[in-house]
Design a protein around this ligand. Structure first.
Ligand code: BES
Ligand code: MN
Ligand code: MN
Length: 465
């Protein structure tokens, strides 16, 4: 786009300051103490959409956190792109592991970001990646070059399962009418090797409660004679994987798609550096399902992980107690054609079955989501590909990701539109972790790439008419 790079260069400082302002708002969706911050963040996004040139923008309330909607309709006959993103962030805990304050953004250099990265909760997931769309939109407006209609839907509940977005989409189905959905909430392999995300894993998430004796017991008086629910829970969890790291839940793999050898071969060619991966995590070695590479284990294969486990005494010092209850939160990442509901069901049955009769087991399902595959043989994929070529000077590699964005499958079901996952972060950006960051280059390259998507998409659509 003519003049785009100049416009970005001239407004660089302001583009950064505005993102910093947004990052300073602690919009933690999981924590009810931040309800007002959620509203402030939504207002901020709405305001910036209007300033960037939207015809209209509004904060629409839901039963949960509000959704920001804005649009610019150039001509009803032109194609329409709906941009989706989220302004909510994960809780910043554990706070003591942050090197700077989570809601006071600072720029620091890292190995993967030699030109500097913005450190703050939400910088990469997803405020930085969402805000770059608003700045790309501003640039296009200022340069008078908007080739299609653009709608924005920025929600505040992605990190807690998007509970109200499905109803919102059904209610405003006409307002949200579009040809394609554009999302930047995933990662690239590296800045040297751009990639486009062609798959997301689904999610099944459960909480388990194991109850032994009717009360906490003295571990001297009863220890050895009464089954300890914490020990039992550990045994049960340990049995969920066999010696080859296959998940033992009965029926778990029944519907797992067998990926063609050719696709696996192609994945093997993706420039994944296992040594750098281990070094980044300070690990001597990695481990996972036998017969698959690390990239495969996090994309085309399902996984099962304990996210938290507790029970008994965890305070300071020692307390000799045989606890009555033990708990764990367990997530399963799913691949095509596993269904979240079915897997939750299989897990529940299996977990109850393997419990010894010395304990009672309760399994409570949390939010889940279905896996997604993005085809590469479409105008929208080709447009994303061309936009990346223009901005990065290299063709992007299609690659499935291990993360989940449950709402993507729902968009297709309710709005009947496919999504393009054009992410600009890196997997090493410490999403959901202390010291989350987003590269400055990633932010500005994102702003540079997005207008190319609109341009190529509109041209490809025109050619078909
Ligand atoms: N943006 C992430 C998902 C993601 C990150 C996909 C990196 C691919 C690469 C999203 O905000 C997220 O964290 N999703 C959750 C699921 C949700 C139900 C809380 C996840 O994947 O754990
Ligand atoms: Mn996200
Ligand atoms: Mn997230």
């Amino acid at each position: 786009m003519k003049g785009l790079n100049d416009y970005i260069a001239q407004n660089r400082d302001r583009f950064l300051e505005e993102l910093f302002e947004l990052l300073k708002i602690p919009s933690v969706s999981a924590d009810s103490r931040h309800k007002d911050d959620m509203l402030s963040a939504a207002d901020y996004v709405k305001d910036k959409l209007l300033k960037a040139g939207a015809d209209s923008a509004e904060v629409i309330s839901t039963e949960g956190h509000p959704i920001v909607y804005g649009e610019k309709i150039v001509d009803k006959k032109l194609p329409t792109v709906l941009v989706y993103g989220h302004y909510d962030v994960q809780p910043p805990d554990p706070l003591e592991l942050w090197e700077s304050e989570p809601f006071e953004p600072v720029v620091k250099k890292t190995v993967n970001h030699p030109e500097g990265a913005i450190f703050a909760r939400g910088s990469s997931d997803d405020k930085g990646q969402m805000y770059l769309h608003i700045k790309a939109f501003e640039a296009m407006n200022e340069l008078g070059d908007i080739p299609c209609n653009i709608k924005f839907m920025i929600e505040g509940e992605e990190e807690v399962g998007s509970a109200h977005l499905g109803d919102f989409c059904r209610k405003f189905i006409e307002k949200l009418d579009c040809d394609v959905i554009l999302i930047s909430d995933t990662a690239m392999i590296s800045m040297d090797t751009p990639s486009i995300t062609t798959g997301l894993r689904g999610l099944s998430y459960v909480e388990v409660e194991v109850t032994g004796p009717n009360r906490d017991l003295h571990s001297g008086i009863y220890g050895g004679a009464v089954d300890n629910p914490v020990n039992v829970l550990c045994d049960m969890i340990a049995s969920l994987k066999d010696e080859n790291n296959k998940i033992t839940v009965e029926g778990f793999y029944d519907k797992v798609e067998k990926v063609a050898d050719e696709e696996r071969e192609l994945m093997g060619k993706a420039p994944f550096d296992l040594e750098a991966y281990k070094k980044d995590l300070n690990l001597e070695d990695v481990n996972g399902e036998k017969g698959y590479t690390s990239l495969e284990r996090t994309s085309i294969r399902p996984s099962l992980d304990v996210n938290g486990i507790w029970g008994g005494y965890t305070g300071e010092g020692a307390k000799t107690v045989l606890p009555s209850k033990a708990y764990a939160k367990i997530s399963m990442r799913l691949v095509p054609h596993q269904s979240s509901e079915e897997i939750t069901d299989l897990f529940t049955r299996h977990f109850k079955k393997i419990a010894p009769n010395t304990v009672d087991v309760k399994v409570t399902p949390h939010h889940g989501g279905e896996p997604v595959v993005v085809g590469t043989d479409s105008d929208e994929y080709r447009a994303a590909h061309l936009a990346v070529v223009d901005a990065f000077g290299k063709p992007p590699i299609p690659l499935r990701s291990g993360g989940s964005i449950p709402i993507v499958a729902l968009f297709e079901e309710v709005l009947g539109a496919k999504s393009i996952l054009l992410g600009f972060g890196l997997d090493s950006d410490a999403l959901h972790s202390p010291n989350e960051h987003f590269g400055l280059v990633n932010y500005f390259k994102g702003i540079e790439t997005v207008p190319g998507f609109y341009k190529h998409y509109s041209e490809l659509k025109k050619q078909q008419k």
